[in-house]
Design a protein around this ligand. Structure first.
Ligand code: PEP
Length: 253
């Protein structure tokens, strides 16, 4: 069932050079022609840091959102060679950012670091896609719910404006593997997360939750029935305009 506005977020990871803007141009012309666009969905693309300023200038007055993929966990300026702060990203006109991606967690990003990133990105008025998800061992040991709760408790704070936070539930074992949860299992997790967040952080409304992990033009069919889902975070398939557009077309077919 299709109801409220969905997000289709493309995470390019370490991909893209200046001429890759053509991918976004093609997605943009599809979006402009698609009659469902304003009512049904939003598109965000997260290219690497080398491209976001140029791309966001080109897309400033258009509807496609250019997002950052990550930032450093300290703000302003400082002696952190090779790092980029939320303040610096904000100042090139970017308003959305992915935080806590499992690939960054795997290369040393701790809960504490993620907590700081969330704190500083929200302080800089970003809308944050916060990635959470269990790995295969945690899943096998039936720890999924505990892991997700702990990641949320450590990253978020009830003082935050949850309208600026969008959760991306991305089971680590599903990213780039072609393995996908059954729609029933996914629905249970999404409902659990929405309830947990609302109760634990004492919020009046439910937070938005996306799903990520091997979403492509074939697997997207599986998620159509999960009305609680607010969209998708898409890795590999977002590097091709055709694949990305086909995901959207098939979702609304
Ligand atoms: C991701 O890395 O966030 C992701 C969902 O990747 P993929 O779609 O390639 O599984």
């Amino acid at each position: 069932m299709i109801g409220h506005i969905k997000y289709f977020v493309g995470n390019w990871k370490m991909f893209g050079i200046p001429r890759s803007i053509k991918i976004i141009d093609r997605i943009n012309s599809f979006f402009n022609k698609d009659k469902k666009n304003n009512k049904s969905y939003k598109i965000a693309i997260a290219p690497p840091h080398t491209l976001i300023q140029d791309f966001s200038n080109k897309y400033k007055n258009k509807k496609i959102i250019i997002s950052a993929q990550n930032c450093y966990h300290k703000d302003s300026f400082g002696a952190h060679t090779g790092q980029i702060s939320p303040f610096m990203i904000k100042n090139i006109g970017i308003k959305f950012i992915i935080i806590g991606h499992s690939e960054n967690r795997a290369s040393g990003e701790t809960d504490k670091i993620i907590q700081e990133k969330i704190q500083f990105t929200l302080k800089n008025n970003f809308k944050v896609f916060l990635c959470i998800g269990e790995n295969s061992t945690e899943k096998r040991k039936k720890k999924t719910f505990t892991v997700l709760k702990n990641q949320l408790k450590s990253a978020l704070n009830k003082r935050y404006n949850f309208n600026n936070i969008i959760i991306a539930y991305e089971p680590v074992w599903s990213i780039g593997t072609g393995k996908i949860l059954s729609p029933n299992e996914l629905k249970k997790i999404i409902i659990f997360l929405k309830k947990f967040i609302k109760n634990h952080f004492k919020k009046k409304t439910h937070i938005k939750i996306l799903y990520g992990g091997s979403v492509d033009k074939k697997s997207i069919y599986k998620f159509k029935s999960i009305k609680e889902l607010d969209g998708f975070l898409i890795g590999s398939a977002s590097k091709s305009s055709k694949n990305f557009i086909d995901i959207i077309k098939n979702f609304y077919k």
